[in-house]
Ligand binder design. Structure first.
Ligand code: BGC
Length: 450
């Protein structure tokens, strides 16, 4: 082959790993879309089925319950059947769930559909980052796994836009049903994509593993990477040496803590209750509060690009430091704006600015980096299970924060509620400093935790 055709072949295979990551990231797009779309759709669903407030809350939260179940089981399945088949199953469930909920004529059919969608979200929240992390070369792994978070934010914003667009016609079936398009793309994409080479090595399918690795590495020399993977597997096979077990325990502790901290620093109070927060802060009309929430959604998408570009250059921990510090300051400003004697209009403006800074800082730090780190810190043999436990903790914390946010506001008041989130953001910074490893540029198998 001539030098020129070799270069062309290498470039096109280099884009293969990006394509694999992009397809797996569709799981994130659906995560964002399906959790976001209900806020607009529920207005029309509750009219169509004439449901009580409790039933309305149940229709909203059943997706989170499904996600809990999906996250809990996904690691076990992904460690046995493989990452690819598990993602394929998630794609099929996303499709079935969307068809069922969009065509439902009773509230029970809707609940079943939304539960299935939730399970698919939970499964993909474990398997998408896991798959991307395992196919990526170490030098660009941070950027590629951050694509997953980017897709989540695009999904949230897309859901918002579609709710807004279809609300005139009250077309809730279309709002829920449009998810079929990315769901089918995920199914078709995963049918075409290969299994993770690391999973294949683990299962002893070395020929296939090497072929996939070569394809994912643009024809570059894979000998060293292969050797590192084999060593890591052999090390674990020899027996659960005390050091290894301690290491896994500590990795579990770090993974669970990060996953919980990502939620208890309050991000979904803004994502789920944005318009209500803006109204508390002095926005007069519902439409201006919705518009302000959309602006925050755009900031969320755009600032995620910072993580895609910089997580492999300056590292995961510097982004976490900057992000948590910014979130803490923004939350303090927001909290105190509720007790300062300022005009209502100014308070609304302070809320808008501080929530933009808060979400922007989350978008390049705790958002993408948590999903990235929990896909990196576990040894291959238990990686699926480890991610499952972390993702399950993330969904549990998500559920609790979403359930109790309004109660917290009622009992603590607005200022103290946001002070609690500010304190937890500062605590996250300290936790990152002392417990979290820097994984930038490291081969997955060389990452040491603890
Ligand atoms: C979190 C979600 C959140 C989203 C916001 C994700 O990383 O896991 O709970 O809604 O970021 O962009």
């Amino acid at each position: 082959m001539s030098v020129q055709s070799q270069t062309v072949a290498r470039a096109s295979r280099g884009s293969f790993v990006v394509m694999a990551a992009g397809i797996a990231a569709l799981g994130g797009l659906l995560f964002g879309y399906d959790t976001g779309v209900i806020s607009g759709a529920i207005l029309f669903i509750s009219k169509a089925f004439n449901v009580s407030t409790q039933m309305k809350e149940f229709i909203i939260s059943i997706v989170l319950i499904g996600a809990l179940c999906g996250a809990m089981s996904a690691g076990y399945v992904a460690d046995r059947l493989g990452r690819r088949r598990t993602l394929l199953a998630a794609g099929i469930m996303f499709t079935v769930g969307a068809v069922l909920s969009a065509s439902s004529t009773t509230v029970w059919a809707l609940l079943v559909g939304r539960f299935i969608v939730g399970v698919a979200i939970g499964i993909s929240s474990v398997t998408s980052p896991l798959y991307i992390s395992e196919v990526s070369p170490a030098e660009i792994r941070g950027g590629l796994v951050s694509l997953y978070q980017f897709a989540i934010t695009v999904g949230i914003l897309g859901a918002f836009a579609i709710d807004y667009w279809l609300s005139g016609a009250g077309a809730w079936q279309w709002m829920l049903g449009l998810a079929i398009i990315p769901s089918l793309l995920l199914v078709v994409g995963m049918l075409v994509m290969p299994e993770s080479p690391r999973f294949l090595f683990k299962m002893g399918q070395e020929e296939r593993a090497r072929a996939v690795l070569r394809r994912m590495r643009s024809g570059a020399d894979i000998q060293q990477e292969e050797q590192t993977i084999r060593h890591a597997l052999a090390g674990l096979q020899i027996g659960p040496a005390v050091g290894v077990v301690r290491n896994i325990r500590f990795a579990l502790f770090v993974g669970i803590s990060l996953a919980v901290l990502q939620q208890v620093t309050g991000i979904n109070t803004v994502i789920y209750y944005g318009p209500q927060i803006f109204q508390m802060a002095g926005f007069q009309s519902a439409s201006s509060s919705i518009l302000a929430t959309a602006a925050v959604g755009i900031v969320n998408v755009v600032l995620t690009l910072v993580a895609i570009i910089f997580s492999d250059r300056i590292g995961r921990k510097p982004l976490l430091y900057a992000g948590c510090a910014g979130m803490t300051i923004a939350l303090l400003v927001l909290a105190f704006s509720f007790s300062l004697p300022v005009a209502q209009h100014d308070r609304g403006l302070i809320a808008l600015m501080s929530l933009m800074v808060y979400v922007g800082c989350f978008a390049f730090s705790l958002g993408p980096i948590v999903w990235l780190l929990i896909s990196e810190i576990y040894p291959l043999r238990v990686r699926g299970m480890g991610m499952s436990v972390a993702a399950f903790s993330n969904w549990t914390a998500n559920f609790i924060v979403a359930m109790f946010f309004l109660t917290m506001i009622q009992s603590l008041g607005q200022r103290d509620t946001f002070l609690v989130y500010a304190l937890l953001s500062a605590l996250t910074l300290v936790f990152v400093r002392f417990a979290v490893p820097e994984t930038k540029q490291e081969q997955l198998e060389s990452i040491k935790v603890g």
